[in-house]
Ligand binder design. Structure first.
Ligand SMILES: [Zn+2]
Ligand SMILES: [Zn+2]
Length: 167
């Protein structure tokens, strides 16, 4: 994958935004010990500008990533949309080009959900009997059969799942 800005051109024309829009091939992304498959190209739009001698980069990354539901383990496709202004370290802008590859990977990782769900109300797998509660009932003798999830607790669980985890 090659997507980059010519730093000399940027510096020669301060205040002028330079834009790039490209489909980038990135078949896999490493994320928290997992190798996730990226389906199709990653759509990247980037703008760079030189302001008061500093390079400012803005990026928008769109991708489809194969994930596994964090509750029921079914496969799903997560649509990743991440927009940001990555911080540039001096050594990233002291060569001839500002290479975007590392920023694309970083944006993709940032945009991935820590707890992907096949559906907001996914019932998951019973930790006791192993039944996939989206498709079947608890197995014979499972204590989960007698416990019904209080709707207020279900809401709480959803909220907890939405809390950002450590990245
Ligand atoms: Zn699920
Ligand atoms: Zn059960």
């Amino acid at each position: 994958m090659t997507m980059r800005f010519d730093l000399a051109a940027l510096r020669a024309d301060p205040g002028r935004p330079f834009s790039l829009s490209q489909d980038v091939d990135l078949p896999h992304v490493e994320w928290q010990g997992e190798t996730l498959r990226v389906l199709g190209p990653v759509h990247v739009a980037a703008t760079a500008i030189c302001q008061e001698g500093e390079i400012i980069l803005r990026m928008s990354v769109r991708a489809r990533v194969r994930r596994t539901c964090s509750r029921c383990l079914v496969e799903l496709v997560e649509e990743v949309a991440e927009d940001g202004t990555p911080e540039l370290h001096p050594d990233e802008v002291d060569g001839s080009y500002l290479e975007l590859a590392p920023f694309i990977v970083a944006a993709l990782r940032l945009g991935l959900s820590p707890k992907p769900l096949c559906a907001p109300g996914c019932l998951g797998i019973c930790p006791e009997c192993g039944a996939d509660l989206n498709r079947e009932r608890h197995r014979e003798g499972c204590h989960g059969q007698t416990k019904r999830l209080d709707p207020r607790l279900a809401k709480l669980r959803e909220l907890l799942d939405e809390l950002p985890s450590e990245r």
